[in-house]
Design a protein around this ligand. Structure first.
Ligand SMILES: Nc1ncnc2c1ncn2[C@@H]1O[C@H](COP(=O)(O)OP(=O)(O)O)[C@@H](O)[C@H]1O
Ligand SMILES: [Mg+2]
Length: 245
């Protein structure tokens, strides 16, 4: 079967900094991949480049999504093809309410009942008429990001540190939302996939990941079982990654 995502020798810079240095990566339909790695390693850069944010300049290499070369495609074209992103630090958009944003992003047809249930599950009923992320707490921002993805329904969702700024109680909520987003709480939908960046690994308690990688110095290394990777990091830090390269 054709791979869902294939990245070949990807070199990317942002500002005056080389952030990705020859990344090779591929994943199949239905897979959930976890990215670990120290601060500044290039994790966010990797998913922002996959999504097509123009600030991340591709200098060399190719990105194929569902068999199509998307390297030079605009962000909105990639979104139409089925890519979606949840930001590490989503921007505040004054004057655009969460309600409006959901209306704009909705690919969910007229299924209003489902939408209301998503909103209630994520405890966001009281936030709909506020500016997007305006004064939202860390957890509220993450839940609002996931709500937007739930109506957009991307086939491959890129989630940047879903647990950052979220208290323990709300991590379970975020974890359930991710599972629901990926259809993992129902009959397995083999087409929905994710790349999830995690700093703490807490999210692994809720989301059943297939593969893990460590990002170090602009490269993906040490592919393996995500739980094993996490326990190695807890024991030895990221020191050992240098040996993997
Ligand atoms: N606009 C920019 N100009 C210069 N350097 C940047 C810019 N954006 C990010 N960087 C740098 O690129 C490196 C990789 O960043 P990032 O991908 O966000 O790392 P991670 O998500 O792994 O913590 C960091 O050192 C960061 O400071
Ligand atoms: Mg980051």
């Amino acid at each position: 079967m054709q791979e869902m995502l294939n990245v070949e020798d990807l070199w990317v810079s942002v500002g005056d900094r080389q952030v990705l240095k020859g990344v090779h990566f591929s994943m199949n339909y239905g897979e959930i991949n976890m990215l670990f790695g120290p601060n500044g390693a290039g994790k966010t850069s990797f998913i922002m480049t996959l999504m097509g944010f123009p600030r991340y300049r591709v200098e060399q290499g190719k990105i194929y999504f569902k068999g199509e070369d998307v390297t030079d495609k605009d962000l909105y074209e990639r979104a139409h093809l089925g890519l979606g992103v949840s930001f590490q630090r989503p921007p505040t958009v004054k004057g655009v309410t969460l309600r409006k944003m959901i209306e704009i992003m909705s690919n969910d047809g007229a299924e209003k009942g489902k939408l209301i249930s998503h909103i209630e599950k994520l405890h966001l009923s009281g936030h709909l008429d506020r500016g997007l992320n305006e004064g939202f707490s860390g957890g509220e921002m993450k839940r609002s990001e996931l709500l937007q993805l739930m109506v957009q329904r991307p086939e491959l969702v890129l989630i940047d540190e879903p647990e950052s700024g979220v208290d323990i109680e709300n991590i379970a909520l975020v974890g359930e939302a991710i599972n629901s987003l990926l259809g993992k709480d129902k009959v397995k939908d083999p087409k929905r996939s994710a790349i999830i960046i995690t700093h703490t690994g807490y999210i692994l308690d809720f989301v059943n990941a297939d593969e893990g990688y460590i990002v170090v110095d602009g490269n993906l290394v040490c592919r393996g079982n995500p739980r094993d990777i996490l326990s190695e990091i807890k024991k030895h830090g990221y020191r050992r990654c240098a040996e993997c390269r």
